[in-house]
Design a binder for this molecule. Structure first.
Ligand code: IMP
Ligand code: MG
Length: 198
């Protein structure tokens, strides 16, 4: 994704973030058009939005305020063992509270990477017999896909680099950046060394 040269990483984050990939303004604009796409498809139907914790916080909050569908919101807590970049076993840290039987479900996640997370979550949701499930992700990183899965709505396609910000983390940090940036490789190399030593 080409960026104007003038968009610099704020000084506070320059040691950790190599470059800005998606600016605050681009995020705001795209989230608005994503919401319009979703509204068109959902035809005002009763919808249950299911958001995966924790990476969706900012995206979800912005998306929801542009959706005028009659919707209810629920969260599913998913976590891989360990911190950082390695995908591990998935554990559910929070279960759903709402009944989704016969409902239209919009499943929201931060990034579709290998596809392993959504491929574990989907059978769990399908077992609850919703009318249909549509997948919405802020970011799609197709280069790393190992399982056949596609999002129905994707905000941006990103290159094969580790990104943080706007809810996305590395070892639970950087969720508070208002933009999406590429993490400096030295940050996760350091973390990998620490993990290997432990
Ligand atoms: P998947 O199971 O490999 O598709 O990965 C899904 C999860 O991995 C996402 O919900 C993120 O929590 C995390 N993830 C994958 N790639 C990145 C990244 O570039 N930055 C931050 N988190 C990521
Ligand atoms: Mg995460």
């Amino acid at each position: 994704m080409a960026q104007p040269r003038s968009i610099k990483v704020p000084p506070r984050w320059r040691k950790e973030v190599a470059r800005v990939l998606i600016t605050e303004a681009q995020l705001a604009q795209r989230v608005r058009t994503l919401a319009q796409e979703i509204e068109r498809d959902f035809h005002g139907r009763e919808t249950v939005v299911i958001s995966l914790l924790n990476g969706t916080v900012m995206f979800l909050a912005d998306l929801l305020r542009h959706l005028s569908l009659p919707l209810r919101l629920d969260f599913l807590g998913v976590s891989s063992y360990g911190e950082g970049v390695k995908a591990g076993e998935l554990i559910f840290t929070k279960e759903l509270r709402l009944d989704v039987r016969g409902r239209d479900v919009l499943l929201v996640d931060d990034i579709l990477d290998t596809g392993q997370t959504l491929n574990r979550v989907l059978p769990k949701l399908r077992a609850l017999k919703p009318r249909r499930i549509k997948i919405c992700v802020l970011l799609d990183k197709p280069a790393r896909r190992v399982e056949a899965i596609a999002a129905d709505y994707a905000g941006f396609t990103v290159p094969d680099e580790f990104v943080v910000g706007y809810g996305l983390d590395f070892a639970e940090r950087y969720r508070n950046l208002p933009f999406v940036g590429v993490l400096h490789p030295h940050i996760y190399k350091q973390a990998c060394k620490r993990i290997n030593r432990a």
